[in-house]
Ligand binder design. Sequence first.
Ligand code: TXA
Ligand code: MG
Length: 350
Amino acid sequence: MKTIVLKIDPEHLDLEKIRIAAKIIRDNGLVAFPTETVYGLGANALVDEAVLKIFKAKRRPADNPLIVHIADKDDVNFLAEEIPSEAEKLIEKFWPGPLTLLFRKSEIVPDVTTAGLATVAIRMPSHPIAKILIEESDVPIAAPSANLAGRPSPTSAKHVLADLGGTVDAVIDGGEITYGVESTVLDLTAKPPTVLRPGPVSVEELRKIVGEVEVHPVAEAKLPAEKAVAKAPGMKHRHYAPKAKIIVVEGELERVCQKVQELADARRGSGKVGILGTRETSDRYRADVVKIMGDRKDPRTIAKNLFKLLRELDSEGVDFAVVEGIEPAGIGLAVMNRLRKAASHHIVQV
Ligand code: TXA
Ligand code: MG
């Protein structure tokens, strides 16, 4: 299959190109598109045949449910069965934006979309291209991250093409994204509401709006998900796995820096050794490859670069990488969740 690439400037939307993509969605094809978090791989969420193509293209296990994307808040009413009172407050505050909410699903959502679960994950993205694509398609769009299963999520069209070029109908290249980590997933069918995946909307912000909020052990990702009792079936799958073996070092910064260098030194000579540090610390490190994730004072910069750097470790043939942990608060919890998973939970606490 030839994948068409539609380059669109998010600030000057080219309706003609958007309509080409929307027609593909309506014809049950696959379109990858930018959202404010990561690039997604979209198909009509209400048609089995279309949704099954997503699973096939990504080589995604059929028991890992998809997020349904909408462009109008009111669409929740026909996709979800019970809308708890917290939902209204959260929607008011965070939609459109990087918060996915889990509800009991309505009849019209096919079982393939939710992997047979009784719940449906819904999100209203704020990215102008995502919004207009959903509007022009005139259907809700199921969209997981547009990577091959087990690879880091794509934060550019280039990443999407590397994983899915030739297997999807179209990729919209809308340039850079805002956050770089996937949306926060909040289960509103649990009491209290429970974060299943940390993301750009922080636990602290959620608590300000709805009071008590729990953080599921899979969201912390300190333990392998099998052990954390995957409530979210999808969460048990291995994610964000680069080819390099990764170790994350967490704790007090000075000791972290020492330990990072010590672990890198211990591997010297046995393959290519990499270190992922931060703006404030990377000068101190010596290894075959040293990369700066971002600024500790502004963890959003770290979130934004993270997946790109994990891909670079692979493309540069790094065999072993040591990563400096950051404080697991705010968007930092999302960063640490992705890093701990990329490290297959190889965490050194100092
Ligand atoms: O930011 C994002 O959320 C991106 C963009 C494209 O919107 N999408 C994304 O989708 O990250 P995906 O499929 O890569 O991750 C969705 C996560 C999976 O871990 C899945 O298991 C979980 O949400 N999920 C989806 N529906 C669920 C449900 N009904 N119950 C529990 N977990 C669910
Ligand atoms: Mg994904």
